[in-house]
Design a protein around this ligand. Structure first.
Ligand code: SF4
Length: 350
């Protein structure tokens, strides 16, 4: 039995569409422990959100989800009834999404929605639910919580709505909070406040947080461990330091070259000496280089490495078979043929 809070082995998710089968997730292993802040990063369409929606069993009927094992807190998720899953979602696993307006009902007040959630999942009386709602709005930094309970979502700013979503997701003390691009629609100041809030919740309540994002700056700020996805597969995983300072996969290197490094450098700058400061300035002068090309068509995924068509280091072997994830350091794994010195066909194609 797994010691991890959540452990997924060989997750595969396919969608039936008019044009064929989309192989959105093609064999992914993920685990998360209590109190851990895990980041899953990759471009749009890499499979990161579908992976989480598969775990939560929240996909539409045209999706087929298979896994060798999918265990949350000692229970096999795939064999649970829909009734049990509804209880797990919201009660034990909280979720927040990019746009709170898709999750909040515009026809009901914030208080009504929070209290309904608590009465449904925690069997509270009206008075208990109201007291808990006020407590949670205070926890997420909302002033005048009693007044806010009477407001409708459209009467609040985007940042406040996202705080309300976090309050709803956290009010039942979930073991895991899954946050899918939670700050993408917000301005930079509010983004920082929301990330700080999630860090506080993790620290104060030992909630595991899984943050799904395309933004490496957000990852650098909050996460302890990072998974890099591409083409429905994991390309690399490791600690935030390993991923940012010792990337072992050309796709990760490409992602790092394509984003401003301010957030990353700020994380490191406190511990830097004068020489380090000079290095920081030098790095900030580096030009941002987008990764040319586009992600693979997952209706016809490539036989080899999914990144081969965009990789300047691609070799013949890369187009023949995908490289397996290989240990390159403690807790650091990468799926790249460059790590296999004896690989057949390991000669440069271009
Ligand atoms: Fe590039 Fe080959 Fe490594 Fe893929 S396996 S990232 S194509 S070098």
């Amino acid at each position: 039995m797994s010691n991890h809070l959540l452990e997924v082995k060989n997750l595969r998710t396919h969608f039936a569409s008019g044009g064929g089968i989309v192989q959105a997730v093609r064999g992914v292993d993920i685990h998360v422990d209590a109190g851990e802040f895990l980041g899953i990063v990759g471009e749009s369409g890499c499979g990161k959100s579908v992976t989480m929606m598969s775990i939560m069993r929240l996909l539409a009927e045209n999706a087929a989800v298979k896994a060798d094992s999918l265990v949350f807190d000692g229970r096999d998720i795939l064999s649970q009834s829909e009734k049990t899953m509804r209880s797990i979602r919201g009660n034990e696993i909280g979720m927040i999404f990019q746009d709170p307006m898709t999750s909040l009902n515009p026809l009901f007040t914030v208080g009504n929605q929070m209290m309904e959630h608590l009465r449904l999942h925690k069997n509270m009386t009206k008075e208990q639910a109201k007291a808990r709602a006020i407590e949670m709005l205070t926890t997420v930094g909302i002033n005048e919580p009693e007044k806010r309970l009477k407001q409708y979502p459209h009467e609040m700013s985007g940042g406040m709505r996202q705080r309300v979503m976090i309050a709803i997701a956290m009010c039942c003390n979930p073991k895991i909070l899954i946050a899918d691009e939670p700050t993408t629609a917000l301005d930079v100041t509010i983004q920082a406040q929301i990330m700080e809030l999630m860090e506080d919740l993790k620290n104060n309540f030992s909630t595991a947080v899984i943050l799904i994002t395309h933004d490496l700056g957000v990852i650098a700020r909050s996460c302890s461990r990072v998974i890099v996805m591409y083409g429905g597969l994991i390309m690399e995983e490791g600690s935030v330091e390993q991923i940012f300072y010792e990337p072992a996969h050309p796709y990760t290197e490409g992602l790092l070259r394509s984003v401003p490094r301010h957030g990353i450098e700020e994380e490191d700058s406190e511990s830097q000496d004068k020489g380090g400061e000079a290095q920081t300035v030098e790095r900030q002068r580096e030009k941002l280089i987008p990764i040319p090309g586009s992600p693979p068509d997952l209706m016809n995924p490539p036989a080899g490495c999914p990144f081969a068509a965009r990789c300047e280091k691609a070799m013949k072997i890369c187009k023949m078979a995908p490289a397996q994830l290989t240990e390159v350091g403690e807790g650091h794994r990468s799926a790249c043929w460059l790590l296999h010195s004896q690989a057949p066909g390991k000669d440069r194609e271009r």
